[in-house]
Design a protein around this ligand. Structure first.
Ligand SMILES: Cc1cc2nc3c(=O)[nH]c(=O)nc-3n(C[C@H](O)[C@H](O)[C@H](O)COP(=O)(O)OP(=O)(O)OC[C@H]3O[C@@H](n4cnc5c(N)ncnc54)[C@H](O)[C@@H]3O)c2cc1C
Length: 424
């Protein structure tokens, strides 16, 4: 149910769970919790500024959306990603061979699906507006206060909300996290991501290609056809701040020429679609994932550069794991907002978050460094991934579905108990 400004506004509401933030992470967890039978209010702004950004959603995320019966509405807007190619374009003094991974090697029809970020949020918001147990309020939250038996907050429209738990999905600056006194440490990377959609002459053949440069990867990811453009891809090109500043002022044709050169003319002629985006890169870790009546998910909990497309996939694992923790607490008749219950969620998520944050950091810094020993290690690592079959398959599996126990919503239907109660 979506609130609108012409409805007579109630002055206060109560629910089981208040979700702060209506980005991809907030809407996804709100939908999952509501479909599980919790009463949920999700507050935040769903209008996203168009920015030429997509998200590649891997197997675990697709299973999550399928389990919640959301994938059918999203799939029509996505393109499959069947092969990943990594091409070294660092100019390293030691030659580093290109490598390619095919999803068929690990028995999957595709590693995942690529979808526009704005379309994903817009579709999820539209579904949320029609989902029982879920009220979507298009307004930012303020004045979050924590009490022994509830958490309270007020929307920008003056609606007071009381809940047993607040899920902070309110992005990297997370005001809810701040109010809970949970610390965060951020650090910058000397990179800006330039993002755009490209229409091109040659087909992408469902292949995503990463050109590793000294400034970070320049990545092409397949997009579905649109209007009279049968061949389209999204571009995420990491560069330094000066290059970003200069490229932001280039005319379309000049910019298209620089892209063509960077990707070795692999897609033939190309044109840039509007809109585009420039995102300064940073990382962030939080001191803890939970506190009394609060749990953090998504970019409120972790931030790193978009290498290997891990950010939202990690956030959806946060979501699936939190839903499971809260379902179990409810089944045991426990208060879902107390620290002891939420500690189970924090324990389940700690190593996955640390592994992705550290892994992306190491990979990114290894590209930025031109020290010979670093190039050597990177070359040896890539050669080993390429040549040693079991290692190669293990890396592919880890990229799309992490090792260790999966949350129920990411298990295959045959392995999933029927705890998910679809609200009717
Ligand atoms: C260039 C680029 C490419 C990427 N590619 C991929 C990819 O291929 N695959 C992948 O998995 N990840 C990818 N990511 C990461 C992914 O995009 C992010 O992890 C994801 O979009 C973050 O979603 P979020 O909902 O956590 O945060 P956000 O999208 O930042 O949403 C937070 C929301 O909270 C709201 N908010 C803020 N304050 C308040 C408040 N007081 N009250 C209520 N709401 C509030 C904001 O308005 C916003 O809507 C990429 C990132 C970048 C930069």
């Amino acid at each position: 149910m979506r609130s609108s400004s012409d409805e007579p506004a109630p002055s206060s509401l109560s629910c089981d769970i208040l979700v702060a933030g209506a980005g991809a992470a907030g809407l996804s967890v709100a939908l999952g919790l509501a479909k599980s039978g919790f009463s949920v209010i999700c507050a935040g702004l769903t209008q996203t500024r168009p920015n030429g950004r997509t998200v590649a959603l891997f197997e675990g995320s697709l299973r999550f959306y399928r389990a919640l019966d959301l994938w059918g509405a999203l799939q029509v807007h996505s393109a499959p990603l069947k092969e990943i190619r990594i091409i070294d374009a660092t100019g390293a003094r030691l030659p580093i061979n290109s490598i390619a991974f095919a999803s068929s090697e690990i028995g999957l029809p595709a590693f995942g699906e690529n979808i526009e970020n704005g379309v994903l949020v817009e579709r999820l918001a539209a579904i949320a507006a029609d989902t029982p147990n879920l009220a979507l309020h298009e307004s930012l939250l303020r004045d979050v206060t924590f009490h022994s038996d509830h958490v309270a907050a007020e929307t920008g429209r003056g609606l007071r909300i009381k809940a047993k738990l607040i899920v902070a999905a309110d992005g990297r600056g997370s005001p809810a996290r701040h109010k809970a006194g949970i610390g965060a440490r951020s650090w910058p990377y000397p990179q800006t991501a330039f993002t755009a959609f490209l229409a091109h002459e040659r087909p992408h053949r469902s292949v995503s290609t990463e050109y590793h440069t000294r400034f970070g990867p320049c990545t092409l990811v397949p997009l579905p056809p649109q209007n009279d453009h049968p061949h389209r891809s999204s571009l995420v090109w990491l560069m330094n701040a000066e290059q970003a500043k200069r490229r932001a002022t280039l005319a379309d044709e000049a910019l298209a020429c620089e892209i063509k050169e960077q990707i070795a003319h692999s897609l033939g002629q190309l044109t840039l679609e509007q809109p585009r985006g420039f995102f300064p890169m940073s990382g962030m870790r939080v001191s803890r994932l939970t506190g009394h009546r609060i749990a953090l998910i998504g970019e409120a909990a972790h931030v790193f550069p978009p290498l290997a497309a891990q950010g939202l996939n990690l956030s959806l694992r946060d979501s699936a794991s939190l839903i499971e923790c809260l379902e179990d607490a409810r089944a045991d008749g426990r208060d879902i907002g107390v620290s002891e219950v939420l500690a189970g969620y924090a324990r389940a998520r700690r190593s996955d978050i640390a592994l992705r944050t550290d892994g992306v950091d190491v990979l990114n810094r290894s590209l930025l460094s031109d020290l010979l020993p670093v190039d050597f290690l990177r070359g040896v690592g890539l050669a080993a991934f390429s040549a040693i079959g079991p290692l190669r398959r293990a890396i592919m599996r880890e990229g799309v579905l992490p090792h260790g126990p999966l949350p129920r919503l990411m298990r295959l239907p045959s392995d999933r108990p029927t705890l998910l109660r679809a609200a009717s």
